[in-house]
Design a protein around this ligand. Structure first.
Ligand code: AMP
Length: 304
């Protein structure tokens, strides 16, 4: 068994009210693969960077035993993204999106990767996400992320893709936009009718909702005293979620709830430092310890 991750590998410049970084390691595939690497092995990464991409960042990915055979290093500049967070860290302005080598990205899946049973499609053009699935032999479990930009600009392609996806992970505003429905429960029903049997709606610091079968599971977010940089929290959530499911190879509904909590656990580490710093030095016991704190957060006994 293997996990394939496809998405952006980026140089991010991020400013928060507390600090800022320039040309830091970022990108959806970066966060997903780093988070999932604590659970899954092998993790295959497919993406593209330019020749300016620092070797020290390749080393970070390699140190986590992420297989980089599918990372194309091509002439030109790496994808760059820049964002500025407000005092309320839930509010962010995108200052710059420079596609650079990403503009011509053609995700070619190496032969060795094509039999991966678990696939995580990071937030990229749905046309490319479909192209990835077309190259896979028989994936058992496909998790997909997307964003407002594609919901508005590539709606038809996205709807085609959703028929082939097991789990869609989006945030609340994206769910409302995709379903054209303000009520999240109604929106979830409509989105699941488009294809994915399982839907996860992230609500930032208010946790996440998991819709599957006939149930809704509400996962809390970890109450953090210090959030340094929310960048990549959503991707990290997806990485922890699919990584844990890959590790346990158990797709039943109770285990799916645990996977959501592991996703939230990894996201809580991500926001504690700038860029990927919070994901670089973790250990499985530390992850498990925080997972247990999540249990305490929402466990209560029935009383008369
Ligand atoms: P998130 O905070 O979960 O929205 O993820 C932020 C990460 O996504 C950053 O590291 C960016 O480099 C990357 N990113 C931002 N915009 C795009 C885009 N249009 N396509 C692919 N990746 C992006």
């Amino acid at each position: 068994m293997a996990l394939l991750v496809v998405g952006s590998v980026a140089l991010d410049s991020v400013a928060t009210p507390f600090d800022k970084v320039e040309d830091a390691l970022g990108g959806s595939a970066t966060y997903i693969s780093l988070a999932s690497s604590y659970f899954a092995n092998p993790v295959y990464l497919v993406g593209t960077v330019g020749e300016d991409f620092p070797k020290k960042y390749i080393d970070i990915l390699a140190k986590h035993e992420i297989d980089l055979e599918g990372l194309q290093i091509v002439p030109g500049k790496t994808f760059r993204w820049s964002g500025k967070y407000h005092y309320d860290l839930n509010v962010r302005d995108t200052l710059l999106t420079e596609l650079n080598v990403f503009e011509k990205f053609d995700p070619v899946i190496p032969d060795k990767f094509r039999k991966a049973q678990f696939v995580c499609l990071g937030n990229i053009d749905p046309v490319l996400q479909i192209k990835v699935l077309d190259q896979m032999v028989d994936p058992q479990f496909v998790v997909c992320d997307t964003m407002n930009y594609w919901i508005e600009g590539r709606r038809n392609e996205l709807i085609k893709l959703l028929k082939r996806v097991s789990v869609l992970i989006i945030n609340d505003s994206e769910a409302r936009l995709l379903a054209s429905e303000p009520n999240l429960v109604k929106a979830a029903k409509m989105i699941r009718e488009m294809g994915p049997k399982i839907l996860i709606i992230k609500k930032g610091e208010h946790g996440a909702l998991l819709f599957m079968e006939n149930t809704v599971f509400s996962a809390p977010a970890y109450p953090m005293e210090m959030i340094f940089d929310p960048t990549g929290a959503g991707d990290t959530f997806a990485g922890g979620f699919i990584g844990y499911l890959h590790k346990t190879n158990d797709l039943n509904s109770e285990n799916m709830k645990c996977a959501v909590i592991y996703g939230s656990t990894m996201a809580s580490f991500c926001v504690e430092q700038f860029s990927t710093g919070g994901l670089e030095q973790l250990s499985y016991p530390r992850i498990k310890e925080r997972f247990r704190e999540f249990l305490k957060l929402s466990r209560f006994d029935e009383k008369d």
